[in-house]
Design a protein around this ligand. Structure first.
Ligand SMILES: NC(=O)c1ccc[n+]([C@@H]2O[C@H](COP(=O)([O-])OP(=O)(O)OC[C@H]3O[C@@H](n4cnc5c(N)ncnc54)[C@H](O)[C@@H]3O)[C@@H](O)[C@H]2O)c1
Length: 435
């Protein structure tokens, strides 16, 4: 569930007492990223310590009555990492392995992502240590409602706006919105995003992340002097993000030559029929067994002949074990944290361009921002308007990061962190320190 690093847990002095100093987990990786960007911050480095601790971290007990009449207690969290640029924004994850360190790091990465694409939010994240597959629908609803009540002192449409993440969906967002509304005595659709359309959800939200991946890929292709037409693309993950991106690439004339998901790895040098593949996945649950394609061993996926690689499945997939074998000239990170830092260095030395997750997969949070704006004004936009505005924000974000990378001679990932941290710390310095 976490980003990982080949280098783990060297001792640091700037760590909070509430994490074990010898096992900082994902928070350690985040701190190292901030260390790496600090030399580029100029005078704003004066404020850098603000990014090294979360503004607020709430740990809650979530007791629920199980269907068998007994009571079970679960640990829940809501962390607001930074609110200098606006209210906290970030998903809620239900997973048995969620930890405070992970939620802190995910909240911090939301701060960076929101600033990298310049949407007016800070960063937040939440989680409950529970395997939701073990709960009945009734238990899941009771868990969601009690968790929402417990974190009710932190969330609100002007304070902190949750959204779906791993194992949470539009139905859970509807329960969260209802619980918050009942507790506050007024229907408040803008307290969460990723809601069903009938409750103030936004058109285009489901496709937004994959669409954003496609938009920034087109921008990168153009700047690298590559051509989209007929370029060979490999996609890991054919879920929400991967399948939408693959469809858009295919419609634009590129060839999706390899796809890997949890059920198999398939290859077709002349390009897979993405629409047929989508129907096959809808019917069977995965790409495995798709006709008109060769089957590959999972590890062969990385060395397939390709121009562009889109990791859109899990974190920590591109590592020092496979980075050297990758033939793509361009990697566009649909997933969160698919490339670990050691692999990043190998790819940089090989001259591979990596469009980092904080920009490439920010389409989802961008349309969440649109949902929040539409909820406030109770006036809803057409899907065309949404897609047009999404494309503009993604293109502008990519252009700023690309320019920073050229100006400072750094990777796009470092450039994205420089752009984001500049925006956050500038806001911080303008606001000043209270009292
Ligand atoms: N959905 C969003 O809006 C959004 C936004 C930002 C980032 N992301 C990130 O994008 C990634 C994918 O999210 P999603 O919403 O498409 O999820 P999803 O659950 O819809 O799809 C996940 C895909 O990954 C595949 N997969 C799982 N284990 C695998 C393995 N071991 N090897 C290869 N493939 C495997 C699954 O088979 C599936 O095709 C995640 O990292 C997520 O955090 C998603």
């Amino acid at each position: 569930m976490t980003k990982s690093n080949d280098k783990t847990n060297t001792k640091r002095t700037d760590v909070p007492s509430y994490l074990p100093a010898d096992n900082l987990g994902p928070w350690q990786i985040y701190l190292e990223q901030i260390d790496r960007v600090t030399p580029y911050m100029g005078e704003l480095a004066f404020w850098i310590e603000a990014l090294k601790r979360p503004k607020r971290a709430l740990i809650v007990d979530v007791p629920i009555e199980l269907d068998n009449g007994t009571i079970a207690h679960f640990e829940g969290y809501r962390v607001q990492h930074n609110t200098s640029r606006g209210p906290g924004k970030g998903g809620v994850r239900f997973h048995q392995d969620v930890t405070l360190s992970e939620v802190m790091a995910l909240a911090a990465w939301m701060t960076i992502k929101n600033a990298a694409v310049n949407v007016p939010f800070g960063g937040a994240k939440g989680g409950v240590r529970i395997d939701p597959k073990k709960l009945s629908a009734g238990e899941l609803q009771r868990l969601t409602r009690r968790y929402t009540s417990e974190i009710g002192i932190l969330i609100g449409p002007n304070k902190d706006i949750p959204a779906p993440d791993v194992n949470t969906d539009a139905r859970i967002m509807a329960w969260m919105m209802d619980t918050y509304s009942v507790n506050t005595g007024s229907t408040t659709t803008g307290v969460v995003t990723g809601k069903p359309i009938v409750l103030g959800g936004s058109l285009g939200r489901v496709e937004a992340t994959g669409r954003g991946v496609f938009v920034v890929a087109v921008e990168a292709i153009r700047r690298l002097g590559m051509s989209l037409e007929n370029s060979r693309i490999a996609v890991q993950g054919f879920g929400n993000v991967g399948s939408v991106a693959a469809q858009l690439f295919s419609k634009a004339g590129a060839r999706i030559v390899a796809v890997q998901d949890a059920t198999g790895t398939i290859y077709n040098a002349s390009g897979l029929d993405v629409e047929k593949l989508r129907l096959h996945v809808e019917k069977t649950g995965g790409v495995g067994g798709f006709k008109n394609a060769e089957t590959m061993k999972p590890e062969e996926f990385w060395q397939a002949d390709m121009d562009i690689l889109v990791p859109a499945a899990l974190e920590n997939q591109i590592t020092s074990a496979n980075a050297a074998k990758i033939r793509a000239k361009l990697i566009v990170e649909g997933a969160n944290g698919p490339t670990n830092p050691a692999a990043d260095d190998i790819l940089r030395d090989k001259g591979v361009t990596v469009v980092p997750d904080v920009v490439a997969n920010a389409g989802g949070v961008t349309v969440s921002y649109f949902e929040w704006v539409q909820d406030f004004s109770s006036f809803f936009w057409t899907e065309d308007e949404i897609n047009e505005r999404l494309s503009r924000i993604m293109r502008d974000a990519f252009a700023a990061v690309w320019q920073m990378s050229v100006d400072r001679h750094v990777s796009l990932r470092t450039a994205a962190y420089i752009v984001a941290c500049n925006r956050i710390l500038e806001a911080r310095s303008m606001r000043g320190l209270y009292p």
